[in-house]
Design a protein around this ligand. Structure first.
Ligand code: TXA
Ligand code: MG
Length: 341
């Protein structure tokens, strides 16, 4: 019996950068799929012109076929391959945020493959801020690239976290270390007035409003137009509880003491002072600075998921700006939300 070779992993260095780009481009142009770095999280990329590649992405991620993919471009001219027109609001956002972690929804060209858009007449597009992936797309043309993880799991921000999950399902893996942002791009629909944020992400609402004026978050009704938001997301395998507010630290100590007598408890802490001297408790101390907390959040979640029986997320210092994006992922991944103890 022939045992399949493990997928090649290339750790990027100055010396192998060009070779890695050409190797990956070759694979993608021939219908293969590649784990590639972006500034937000790792992606699994295929050419938008290769049906086999697109199908392989859905298989590798076990992703429902009605959940559309984001198309990634490296130059503005490539928009002409995807869409017919751009409105003024979109132009302003492109000028200000691209390359960067903002994904815009456009009306799709008729000839764009509807497997990419999950059957929708709109397409999500972004220009990532990552030198490797921009150079790759210069060669391959636009690529579809969802986050590198099995559907429903937290996105991958470091190759060691997702290697087991994706190793034999992709054709090459490009390792550039920990992703810069750590959370996915913000997805916004500017075809509606005021524009609607369909997915909170690495660019906060407040920064977008400075450029284009009022924008709103999707409600349950408007979220229907972003199929991805209806699925369970960003969840570890073990149970996860989010405690939104601690009024009485004494109560918290009692809860954690009781729980840790029976099982291993993982705690993600955003700068609170807690007793870290307890047996059976594994604490991931993230910063109370939102940029560094965001960068390490998925990594901490994945690490605890491998180690403990249950995860508790402690209160966030704030609920606005990037904290709103982090809180969105916590609330989607949690089985239980405790408003206050
Ligand atoms: O940061 C990111 O955006 C990463 C990196 C790899 O670029 N990609 C990513 O892709 O997070 P994915 O597939 O995991 O998430 C895409 C999101 C989903 O929530 C999906 O429903 C939404 O974008 N989306 C895609 N096309 C859409 C469309 N035409 N209309 C509404 N929502 C769309
Ligand atoms: Mg995803």
């Amino acid at each position: 019996m022939k045992i399949k070779d493990p997928t090649e992993v290339i750790k990027l260095t100055d010396n192998n950068f060009q070779i890695a780009i050409h190797k990956t481009a070759n694979i993608i142009l021939n219908g293969g799929i590649a784990v590639i770095p972006t500034e937000t999280v790792y992606g699994i990329a295929a050419s938008i012109y290769n049906e086999n590649g697109i199908n392989k992405i859905f298989e590798a991620k076990q992703r429902p076929s009605d959940n559309p993919l984001i198309v990634h471009i490296s130059k503005l001219e490539q928009l002409e391959e995807l869409i017919d027109d751009i409105n003024e609001v979109s132009k302003k956002m492109i000028d200000h945020f691209w390359p960067g972690p903002l994904t815009l929804i456009f009306k799709a060209k008729n000839r764009l493959n509807r497997n990419i858009t999950g059957g929708l007449d709109t397409v999500a597009v972004r220009m990532p801020d990552n030198a490797f992936t921009l150079a790759l797309i210069d060669i391959t043309g636009p690529i579809a690239a969802p986050s590198a993880n099995i559907s429903g799991k937290p996105s991958g921000t470091e190759i060691s976290d997702i290697f087991e999950e994706l190793n034999d399902k992709v054709d090459i893996i490009i390792d550039e270390g920990l992703s810069k942002c750590g959370l996915e791009s913000t997805v916004i629909n500017p075809l509606i007035n005021p524009p609607v944020i369909l997915r909170k992400g690495s660019i906060p609402k407040e920064s977008i409003e400075k450029i284009i004026g009022k924008v709103v978050y999707a409600t349950k009704q408007t979220a229907n137009i972003s199929p991805g938001t209806k699925y369970k997301h960003y969840a570890p395998s073990v149970n996860m509880t989010y405690i939104k507010k601690i009024d009485n630290p004494y109560n918290f100590n009692i809860i954690i003491n009781t729980l840790s007598r029976e099982k291993k408890i993982g705690v993600i802490n955003f700068g609170l002072e807690i007793n870290d001297n307890l047996q059976n408790i594994y604490i991931e101390n993230l910063d109370n600075n939102p940029l560094s907390a965001m960068k390490l959040f998925y990594k901490a979640l994945r690490k605890l998921d491998k180690t403990v029986d249950e995860i508790i997320i402690l209160p966030l210092p704030e609920h606005e700006g990037l904290w709103a994006s982090i809180e969105d992922r916590i609330e989607r991944g949690a089985n239980k939300i405790v408003p206050v103890i």
